[in-house]
Design a protein around this ligand. Structure first.
Ligand code: PD2
Ligand code: ZN
Length: 262
């Protein structure tokens, strides 16, 4: 039975929608047992794609400073990614466009607003905006990937208590709901999250499998990569946005795809 029909039948029978989703996800995850061997083997780490010269990543218009480097999984904390003025300008561009953040249902591919992600967000397509063009180019140079492989920049705004529960940024290839997005440029391979303001209390980006917590700092960023050249996906990059304790939190996210994103 296709996943939508199972969900519809369970919903009609008054099952909790979250429980129905979980049942469908588990049923289709069982397919993972039949995955090719390479996808069941431990993740093989190669050379990180991000490239630095000494303690800097030199882009065409800005020197980015490397503060923390981890090789397995590949995680880097970077400073001086955006200037204060650029951070403020991005917030101004996004402020009027925010809508409740949604997640893609792994079972059906529908956009759903859930308590796992309680921020508001907006995509910022580049259009003819010179700031966004400059930032897309700089981020492509930092991530060492073609500009065309990046999804549109995405701004998130968290108010007190808002959070993004731990998740991988890649799409589980065994989930039927992710098939359509995987056709738009293939798998996600890496993420750069830039902090657009200083948060008064909490709101860290947390990596629960690493015991790592990155404290937001205006203009700084955390980078991590989770797909290697063999197409393996790194589960160790599970990460979340901890609830904001005081003040608010703004971030700018770039998700990088395997191929040109359409
Ligand atoms: O805002 C964050 O700290 C955060 C945490 C986890 C953002 C994302 N994921 C994301 O944009 O994917
Ligand atoms: Zn994420």
């Amino acid at each position: 039975m296709p996943p939508q029909d199972i969900l519809a039948a369970m919903t009609a029978a008054n099952f909790d929608p979250a429980y129905a989703e979980q049942v469908v996800r588990e049923r289709f995850a069982a397919r993972a047992a039949g995955l090719p061997r390479k996808e069941r083997e431990p993740y093989r780490y190669g050379t990180p794609r991000i490239r630095h010269q000494g303690n800097l990543i030199r882009t065409s218009d800005r020197d980015v400073r490397v503060l923390v480097r981890l090789d397995q999984p590949v995680v880097a904390v970077l400073d001086n990614v955006l200037s204060d003025e650029e951070c403020d300008a991005v917030i101004s561009l996004a402020r009027d466009q925010l809508a409740p953040s949604a997640t893609l249902s792994p079972a059906t591919g529908e956009h759903q607003v859930r308590d796992t992600r309680t921020s508001r967000g907006a995509f910022l397509p580049e259009g003819d905006n010179s700031l966004l063009r400059r930032l897309n180019r700089r981020i492509a140079e930092i991530t060492n990937t073609p500009v065309t492989h990046g999804e549109a920049l995405h701004v998130l705004h968290y108010q007190v208590g808002a959070e993004y529960k731990p998740h991988p940024d890649y799409f589980d290839p065994t989930s039927p709901g992710f098939a359509a997005t995987l056709k738009r440029g293939g798998q996600r391979t890496a993420t750069l999250i830039v902090y657009l303001n200083d948060v008064e209390d909490a709101g860290d980006t947390v990596f629960p499998k690493l015991g790592l917590s990155v404290v937001p700092k205006k203009g700084a960023a955390v980078y991590f990569e989770y797909m290697n050249d063999d197409g393996q996906l790194d589960e160790a990059t599970l990460h979340g946005g901890a609830p904001v304790g005081a003040g608010d939190k703004w971030v700018l996210t770039k998700w990088v795809r395997q191929e040109a994103f359409r």
